[in-house]
Design a protein around this ligand. Structure first.
Ligand code: PRP
Ligand code: HPA
Length: 176
């Protein structure tokens, strides 16, 4: 309901000038500190994706783990972490993506996704979409099918949704 979304919105603190002057940082950790808000955020995502044929949930380090793992448990499917380089012990695939300055790399275990898996991608926040675009590429290189990505927060002015839509991804966010 609109009331539930408003409750979630109010649980997210906004920090001015972090990490740089002029940036308004939306801090999802304040939502985690309120068990009613955290539980509601998970329930709303689980309601939306229950009985949709999802076979795996992928979450991206670090904050994506906080939402992806509980959703996977509630849906009764496996959780697969996408991690920063050098953290995963088995054979991995890597994907690099552009940041404002420089590049970043993400990795996935090669045997964590089977061809034909229907993968739901979850992260805390959608900004430029670079993180999730790279995550989707990793999943697709392993033969996983990705049609949907879900977020707690979207920052619409940063254009992430258009970027992901161009990759065939439907984006859903609880708050923007
Ligand atoms: C943040 C956030 C998303 C990503 C969004 O993660 O949790 O994963 O940035 O930005 P984008 O849409 O422009 O790619 P960050 O890289 O700060 O890592 P963390 O979760 O480990 O703090
Ligand atoms: N909050 C959290 N993570 C972010 C933000 C933000 O406002 N912008 C880019 N990544």
């Amino acid at each position: 309901t609109a009331q539930q979304i408003e409750f979630l919105r109010e649980s997210i603190k906004t920090i001015p000038d972090y990490p740089k002057p002029g940036i308004l940082f939306r801090d999802v950790t304040s939502m985690l500190e309120d068990p009613k808000a955290y539980a509601l955020s998970i329930e709303l995502l689980v309601e939306r994706y229950r009985n949709t044929g999802v076979t795996k949930v992928v979450g991206t380090e670090a904050r994506g783990f906080l939402f992806g793992a509980p959703v996977a448990l509630a849906l009764g499917v496996g959780f697969v972490p996408v991690r920063k380089p050098g953290k995963l012990p088995r054979a991995t695939l890597s994907e690099s993506y552009e940041l404002e300055y420089g590049t970043d790399t993400l990795e996935i275990h090669q045997d964590a996704i089977q061809p034909g898996d229907n993968v739901l991608v979850i992260d805390d926040l959608l900004a430029t979409g670079g993180t999730i675009e790279a995550t989707v590429k990793l999943i697709r290189r392993l033969g996983g099918v990705v049609t949907d990505a879900a977020f707690i927060i979207d920052l619409p002015e940063l254009g992430g949704e258009a970027r992901l839509t161009a990759q065939g991804i439907n984006c859903y966010s609880l708050v923007d």
